[in-house]
Design a protein around this ligand. Sequence first.
Ligand SMILES: *[C@@H]1O[C@H](CO)[C@@H](O)[C@H](O)[C@H]1NC(C)=O
Length: 152
Amino acid sequence: MSQLILGCFTALLFIVFVVFVNGKICKDPKLATPNDFYFSGLNVSGNAAPKSGVAVKLVDVNSMPGLNTLGISVSRLDFEPLSLFPLHAHPRASALITILEGSIYVGLFVPDPANFFKSRLFSKILNPGDVFVFPKGLIHFLYNIGNKKLLL
Ligand SMILES: *[C@@H]1O[C@H](CO)[C@@H](O)[C@H](O)[C@H]1NC(C)=O
């Protein structure tokens, strides 16, 4: 009897893990289509957050089901001149950026665990074609220092 209950419990756990991953329903592979692995629209900017001057267009599992469980997403960011994306960190993923148009000043802070005030700033001015990575969990910022729009 207890073995039966344990078996049912295991089956229940199995179903929970198989059907929902990161809160998203896994599609029956037989029902998947090419569009589950496709997104069109990064040629158009997102809507700028009020007063920020920065528009973010995110392609994640909500707009591309094939990203489910892969742990990756992609974004387009449009910065008006002299716009700042302020200090923040991504606790669960690193961010890799590449500049398409404009110039931007970026920086990340590498903390000194013994003394916060000895944190090191790693910063660069980036131009089209440049790539920069913000490792997972590290506080960083992006600032469009140019007098024209920036696209990354
Ligand atoms: C963006 O790409 C889509 C799909 O290719 C196209 O229909 C649309 O006209 C493009 N928009 C702009 C502003 O280029």
